[in-house]
Design a protein around this ligand. Structure first.
Ligand code: PAF
Length: 280
């Protein structure tokens, strides 16, 4: 396994693979890797001749400076983990290696077709502009055959699918299911910041989401939505930012459970956690 840091090196690696007709799997990450990432990486290693994992805490997708500062970083630990999974290359640039000063300071423009007008897009203005900026750059440099993303960030995944269509990238996006702890808690790099007590509180999020599935036969979407918010808010230490049941493709609010997904963001202390549940 090799660790590379510059855009030039990444483009050269990709070019060499293309010349030899080798398929490339790309797993974009922000590091602080856990079993959720491992599931994406294992799949990439199984399905491609070469796997590249990017480890880059992308500053342009953080609308909250404190969140960016507190984001866990440990490249050495991540590298040991990725080596054990059979990764070929880690791409770990600095922000200065990734962006010009202008790219860093201006908002990346993209037509989201409305996908950014709900949920995370409303609470984290500019977040998805930064995501599209970094992922489109990674795609251009790494020229992946397949790229792997987790369904925990469901809105991000929908936006990546749109980006591929709009920007005409010839890459297959592979949607990978949420990986949970045995307790049900969705794996997240942010879980590292939870105390043992907070972890016990946070476990309730997935339990309540799963329980809400039982209500869909007898209650309306609005009722289930309110029920989830009430139940989570009742748990000491948890505060719901939003819970929305939306159509899985358009991400617009829906009044039927057909093809619906419920997406939640919850503060556990000052740690912002997201999760979701498909109803159909
Ligand atoms: O999901 C993430 O970790 C990030 O948003 C991504 C896709 C690596 C882009 O920085």
């Amino acid at each position: 396994m090799q660790i590379i840091h510059t855009q030039k090196e990444l483009a050269e690696v990709a070019g060499a693979c293309k010349t030899l007709n080798k398929t490339i799997g790309l797993v974009p990450t922000m590091g602080a890797l856990h079993e959720g990432h491992a599931s994406l990486v294992r799949r990439s290693v199984a399905e491609n001749m070469v796997t590249i994992v990017s480890v880059f805490v992308n500053p342009t997708q953080f609308n909250n400076k404190e969140d960016l500062q507190k984001y866990p970083r440990d490249l050495q630990k991540d590298a040991v983990f990725l080596q054990s999974l059979g990764v070929d290359f880690i791409f770990a640039p600095t922000p200065e290696q990734m962006y010009t000063a202008e790219e860093m300071s201006s908002t990346f423009e993209f037509d989201f077709g409305g996908l950014d007008q709900v949920m995370e897009g409303l609470y984290r203005p500019g977040h998805f502009n930064g995501v599209v900026q970094v992922v489109s750059k990674l795609f251009r440099l790494a020229q992946p055959t397949r790229a792997y993303f987790g369904e925990k960030d469901f809105q991000q995944l929908a936006i990546i699918h749109r980006m591929v269509q709009v920007m005409k990238f010839s890459v297959q996006i592979v949607d990978c299911p949420i990986v949970r702890e045995q307790s049900g808690l969705a794996l997240s790099s942010r879980n590292e910041r939870l105390t043992e007590e907070q972890k016990k509180q946070a476990v309730n999020i997935s339990h309540i989401l799963f329980e809400s599935r039982q209500l869909t036969a007898s209650q309306t979407v609005a009722q289930v939505q309110n029920w989830v918010i009430e139940q989570i808010d009742r748990v000491e230490g948890l505060r719901v930012e939003y819970y929305q049941i939306v159509d899985q493709t358009t991400l617009q609010p829906t009044d039927t459970f057909e093809h619906a997904i419920g997406c939640v963001t919850v503060y556990c202390g000052d740690v912002r956690l997201i999760d979701n549940i498909k109803y159909n």
